[in-house]
Design a protein around this ligand. Structure first.
Ligand code: AMP
Ligand code: MG
Length: 426
């Protein structure tokens, strides 16, 4: 990380330790730090408790050169952040008349008199820089301090930020970012997000591990992490470098190696989601698609239409849940259902052909399956799903998805969209 810079983040506030309030500040703080090439080594949520807070501040500053605290800067007795940090660093607190004045003006603007307790927010650890807060009364504080722990060395950089996100965010992204930028120089984290479909996490790992393990030995290394979701795998590539152009070039080459190894399973290298990639493919051809969905109840179409501009290529969708709907709305022959069952490749193909013919679109996609928990048989257990794509040529596949109803529906929708993608790139 940047010059060995690592950070700790402390979210202060007893309300954050209840089931009613989530700490979101640390996520935002982490994002800004990561943008600057500073990795967060640890974060903690600490209640309004002097002993707890002190012990976390001591630990953080002993091990890390950047410490960001949010919350606990308010005017009340339980707001301890300022006192605890100042006490630990041995800095006396001085009242800052400029802060008092600014707060008095803020109250006066609303026709109020400033309550005496607010004076507490004007206490500044000696030598700290006051960060103005245009969105609230509590200003932030920036402290640069000599090492509190001789052995680890290096100056400490500490930011104390107000708790309310709308006050904290502009300060973190403004004053604090600018100050940290001076310390990290041009070093940044550079990222790529590669999306893969149609293979499980371990299968993807098997293919890409020999490639990304080599990136760890180069300087600077590329660190790869694999994240698995329903029917999709994400590869996150991160590289820290002060040379923007070189980092871009190195990452482009790395991504291109992955693309070659993954072949048609590669969905995107720029983070685009599957349904957006399919949308681009359809738009590029000037093609319209229509969906005939049974067990997914419209889920595939819903995902396709999550993409802005999808009205340029999604023509319609028919949820044909019953046999009658398949016969009446999609012209599936009754005899075909009687012979093969509603969940079968011939019926899926007939549904795709039916919607394509009826609507005159370029390509029809059909999904028919058993989402469970009932309705399964020995031959066709729960999770059996047939998906067809018909764009002149017909492709049909049968899947056996694991999991409950929700998972079977999600996997079916994902595969339907992915089979359409594969059809379009063939
Ligand atoms: P404080 O500065 O401690 O008085 O915090 C004021 C308010 O900001 C709290 O009541 C919360 O609603 C909000 N807040 C404080 N810390 C966080 C956090 N880490 N994440 C989200 N909201 C927070
Ligand atoms: Mg608080």
């Amino acid at each position: 990380m940047a010059d060995g810079l690592t950070a700790a983040v402390l979210a202060v506030g007893s309300e954050l330790l209840t089931p009613h309030k989530t700490d979101t500040n640390s996520l935002y703080v982490t994002k800004v730090l990561n943008d600057l090439g500073i990795a967060v080594a640890f974060k903690a949520i600490v209640g309004d408790d002097r002993a707890e807070l002190t012990s976390h501040v001591v630990h953080a500053l002993a091990r890390h050169r950047v410490l960001i605290l949010t919350g606990g800067l308010g005017p009340t007795d339980d707001d301890l952040t300022r006192e605890v940090v100042a006490a630990h660093l041995g800095l006396p607190l001085d009242e800052d008349p400029a802060i008092i004045e600014a707060m008095e003006r803020r109250f006066a603007a609303r026709g109020w008199k400033m309550p005496a307790v607010n004076r507490r927010q004007a206490m500044v650890p000696r030598g700290a820089t006051v960060l103005p807060n245009p969105h609230g009364t509590a200003p932030g504080l920036w402290i640069e301090h000599p090492p509190s722990h001789e052995a680890t060395g290096g100056k400490r950089y500490i930011a104390l930020l107000p708790g309310p996100p709308r006050e904290m965010m502009p300060m973190m992204d403004g004053d604090v970012r600018r100050r940290l930028e001076k310390i990290t120089g041009s070093v940044r984290l550079h990222r790529r997000l590669v999306r893969v479909a149609g293979k499980g996490e371990s299968m993807v790992e098997e293919i890409v591990q020999p490639i990304y393990s080599q990136w760890l030995n180069q300087s600077p290394p590329i660190v790869t992490t694999i994240l698995a979701g329903l029917g999709q795998v994400e590869l996150h590539l991160v590289m820290q470098s002060g040379d923007q152009a070189k980092a871009s070039q190195t990452l482009d080459a790395a991504v291109s190696d992955l693309a070659t190894a993954l072949g048609p399973d590669l969905v995107s290298t720029d983070g685009s989601v599957l349904e957006a990639v399919v949308g681009d493919l359809l738009r590029a051809r000037g093609w319209w698609v229509a969906f005939a969905e049974s067990c997914t109840g419209g889920l595939a179409t819903s995902r396709m239409t999550d993409v802005p501009g999808s009205s340029e290529y999604v023509e319609r969708s028919i949820v044909a849940y019953s046999n009658r709907a398949k016969i009446e709305l999609l012209d599936v022959p009754e005899a075909l259902i009687a012979e093969h069952g509603a969940v079968s490749e011939p019926v899926a193909a007939a549904m795709a052909a039916g919607i394509r013919k009826r609507t005159g679109v370029n390509v029809g996609v059909a999904i028919t399956g058993i989402a469970g928990p009932g309705g399964g048989s020995e031959q066709k257990p729960v999770g059996t799903v047939c998906i067809a794509v018909d764009g002149g040529e017909t492709r049909v596949r049968t899947f056996r998805f694991p999991g409950g109803r929700e998972m079977v529906k999600a996997m079916s929708a994902n595969w339907a969209i992915d089979l359409l993608r594969r059809y379009l790139i063939r």
